[in-house]
Design a protein around this ligand. Structure first.
Ligand code: PEP
Ligand code: MN
Length: 350
């Protein structure tokens, strides 16, 4: 249920409504929209009667939210959510978010070489895993905190915002300290205790779609995060499992408009994991931008053939340049732009 306050409601009236919600044993989530403030009510197992709220001073209307997910839905928040960052980058606004970097942080030389290249092309976000969810326990598992420290150095030097994965509670405690965006990987999309923990974090969360998750399961996974108080969530389509054997996964591009129709949260595309093949990343990136994705996350490596993880799907630096050039041309067709401002990151660099 959603309690919409009238535009002239006072802070005291808002507070009184929240207290009434809590007194009935529910949770109150205050959201400020462009036009007015609303209070989302969750924690109810059945239908909540609007009667105790309708007559309170300052209340304009009480709206039933018909979807199983509440806080992520557009019924709750009709305007798009735009995530805002210190280097003036946004996710979910007009500018496409381009997140690029290696699958894993491997060494100082590797991450600095890649970061220097990306920043010279106007990229604002650097990806790089320090804790890696690998299929085999014998594969490279990431550098752990040492990798996070290298990412922090890169942030200080170049002003790139850091996107990196937390796999569990202990890695989250570390990742939270170093990252600008916490990634929750596909395999953890339904790890509800991790979702609750990132929901209590103050950092934005990039929530990857589980490889066999339906739209509703995906939205409800995000609902866990919002329900704990963190409204800064970003969806990411990274391919789903199908019978296909010509690529690692099948990019479900149609989920992008499907998410945008029912949710106010941004959604980006990951054609690297979505295809698993370097030669497919550019075509699927074009398509993702054309379909209306709010951004891309792309694996890029200075020596892809020597990469310690996901080399086969990593673009070389010149291949990444070409991708950027192409999406810069496609973006205006869908009323988007791609930053080429190489000075914007200075605000984050120290
Ligand atoms: C990754 O981003 O490197 C990764 C492991 O992604 P996913 O969780 O989508 O497999
Ligand atoms: Mn990867």
């Amino acid at each position: 249920m959603l309690i919409v306050m009238n535009p002239h409601a006072t802070p005291q009236q808002l507070e009184a409504v929240c207290e009434r919600v809590q007194a009935l044993g529910f949770r109150a989530h205050v959201v400020g929209g462009a036009r007015c403030t609303a209070i989302g009510v969750t924690g109810n197992s059945g239908e909540v009667s609007p009667a105790p709220f309708e007559e309170l001073p300052g209340v304009s209307e009480v709206v039933r939210v018909t979807r199983p997910y509440k806080l992520v839905s557009r019924e709750f928040h009709p305007d798009n959510t735009v995530l805002r960052f210190p280097n003036s980058a946004t996710i979910g606004g007009r500018e496409l978010a381009v997140i690029a970097g290696p699958c894993s942080v491997e060494s100082r030389e590797q991450i600095f070489t890649i970061a220097e290249h990306l920043v010279s092309r106007g990229v604002r976000f650097l990806r790089g895993g320090a804790f890696k969810p690998r299929t085999s326990p014998y594969s490279f598992q990431g550098l752990g905190e040492e990798g996070l420290k290298l990412l922090a150095e890169v942030r200080d030097r170049f002003g790139l915002l850091i996107v990196t994965e937390a796999m569990d509670e202990s890695s989250l405690r570390l990742v939270e300290r170093y990252a600008d965006v916490i990634q929750v990987g596909s395999r953890n999309m339904q790890n509800y205790s991790l979702l609750k923990l990132v929901g209590r974090s103050r950092k934005p969360v990039l929530l990857k779609r589980g490889m066999s998750a339906t739209l509703e399961e995906y939205l409800l996974a995000a609902e866990y995060i919002l329900n704990e108080g963190n409204f800064e969530v970003l969806f990411c389509e990274r391919g789903v499992r199908t019978f296909t054997d010509h690529s690692r996964n099948t990019m479900d591009l149609s989920v992008i408009p499907a998410v945008q129709q029912v949710s106010h949260l941004p959604i980006i595309a990951d054609p690297s994991h979505g295809t698993g093949r370097r030669d497919r990343v550019l075509p699927l990136s074009r398509a993702a931008v054309a379909v209306g994705a709010d951004g891309l996350i792309i694996e890029v490596h200075n020596a892809p053939d020597q990469a310690l993880s996901d080399g086969a799907q990593s673009l070389s630096l010149p291949e990444f340049d070409r991708l950027l050039e192409e999406i810069r041309q496609i973006a205006p067709v869908v009323q988007r732009s791609v930053s080429s401002d190489v000075t914007a990151n200075a605000a984050v660099a120290r």
